[in-house]
Design a protein around this ligand. Structure first.
Ligand code: V1P
Ligand code: CA
Ligand code: ZN
Length: 396
């Protein structure tokens, strides 16, 4: 299969793939946008292309309580580990349940096997981090991770355990500086906050920003971390607030410019890239006009930097597009993006789910009418200007 598709192991570097198929069997509830099954769809497309032959594939174990406690408070973990799905008291209209740690509402429901689901996601991310630390992998992929909103003692926005923070803490045992980049359509608030007081992690999030109408409402251009004189982490949070309808061309221009400047100044020794696929056009929650090519171009740009890197998943609420993006991005990691067929493999499971048989549907195929672009070029230049000035405060 691999030979017939032209897929071979990349020369001179190793890519590893970390997943736990048990994670995919969990359900947030019928109407909830987060569908762990999208991981099954993504993986089946990746395997159908024969890409597993070009990577080291690991079935990961769940993270232990102690591993989760490297970031989360034990009070929170104890509650998460014992709370039962029927525990949230609700009134007759099913409104305003009394939420402890923000658990049990519509965003972060309590479901069967919740603790296992969370520890499996963190287990994959941590396994990926350990392969980077041991230098067995140059790129480690954990599509089941990327849950960037979770806080030390609070669930938020479909995220209960912050696997990214846990993985970065592992990277920091070995690497002096880690660059966190977040291309999910939402602000990576949990990761940003976790590293607010250190200059060893720089966080950068690109996101739709509308403080009143788009979750989580944080991540303004000038929110760059607490600016106290005594805080080494001041200026180490970069935010790129965007509006509806941004295109591949604009996004790549911004991404390359901003990440290029940050890498020059901050000189990261490792990169953690959250590849939330809700920034794609046609996402159920997202608002951008990005295509698989533009989303993947961010991964390609980072790969060319030749810095050890973890690729995390994240959001993504139209499973067929999530699977396309993470398949294309896996192909970039193993350097076979120019070899794979843009036509989905004939034998791919659930092929009918994809609607079109291409890995790269056009905006017209995805949306009919593309979403109006509300990102004037002048605003993008202002963003670049702000980040350039911010970087003057970062010591190199
Ligand atoms: O908008 C909100 C909250 C609920 N309101 C009181 C404000 N929540 C969003 C959460 C989005 C989380 C994104 C997670 C990620 O960044 C990382 C995995 O992608 C929300 C939305 C929305 N349209 O933004 N929750 C829901 N929709 C929702 C819809 C149906 C059922 C449950 C939740
Ligand atoms: Ca983001
Ligand atoms: Zn998101």
């Amino acid at each position: 299969l691999a030979e017939s598709s032209g897929i071979t192991r990349p020369k001179g570097y190793n890519v590893s793939f970390h997943c736990n198929p048990e994670m995919e069997k969990h359900h947030f509830g019928m109407t909830h946008p987060m569908k762990p099954w999208r991981l099954t769809l993504s993986k089946s497309l990746i395997y159908s292309y024969g890409m597993s032959f070009a990577m080291d594939n690991y079935l990961t174990r769940a993270a232990t309580y102690e591993e989760l406690a490297s970031f989360h408070s034990t009070d929170y973990l104890d509650f998460l580990g014992t709370v039962l799905p029927e525990a949230v008291p609700r009134d007759l209209e099913n409104q305003n349940p009394d939420l402890k740690y923000n658990l049990g509402g519509s965003d972060c429901p309590l479901f069967d096997g919740l603790y296992d689901y969370c520890s499996m996601s963190a287990g994959s991310a941590l396994d990926a981090a350990r392969k980077i630390v041991s230098q067995q992998s140059d790129i480690a992929i954990a599509w089941g991770g990327g849950l960037h909103h979770a806080k030390k003692a609070e669930a938020s926005g479909f995220c209960y355990i912050n696997d990214i923070v846990i993985a970065i803490l592992e990277l920091l045992r070995f690497y002096p500086r880690v660059l966190y980049i977040d291309i999910d359509v939402h602000h990576g608030d949990g990761v940003e906050e976790a590293f607010f007081s250190t200059d060893r992690v720089m966080t950068v999030s690109f996101h739709k920003y509308d403080p009143n109408n788009f979750f989580p409402g944080t991540g303004a251009l000038d929110d760059n971390g607490p600016k106290s004189e005594h805080n080494p982490g001041a200026h180490h949070a970069v935010n790129v607030p965007l509006n509806d309808g941004i295109t591949d061309e604009q996004y790549d221009m911004l991404f390359n410019n901003i990440i290029g400047k940050i890498v020059e100044k901050f000189r990261p020794s490792a990169i953690a890239l959250q590849c939330g696929a809700d920034s794609l056009a046609g996402d159920r929650l997202g608002r951008f006009n990005l295509q698989v090519q533009g989303h993947g171009a961010c991964v390609e740009f980072c790969k060319r930097l030749n810095i050890p890197m973890i690729l995390f998943g994240g959001g993504g609420y139209t499973p067929r597009n999530v699977a396309r993006a993470w398949t294309y991005e896996t192909s970039i990691a193993i350097n076979c993006q120019d070899k794979i067929s843009p036509i989905l493999p004939e034998h791919a499971p659930w092929r009918e789910q994809f609607r079109q048989d291409t890995l790269f549907p056009t905006l017209e195929q995805i949306l009919g009418e593309p979403r109006q672009n509300r990102n004037p070029q002048k605003r993008l230049q202002e963003i670049i200007q702000h980040v350039t000035e911010q970087l003057r405060f970062v010591e190199s």
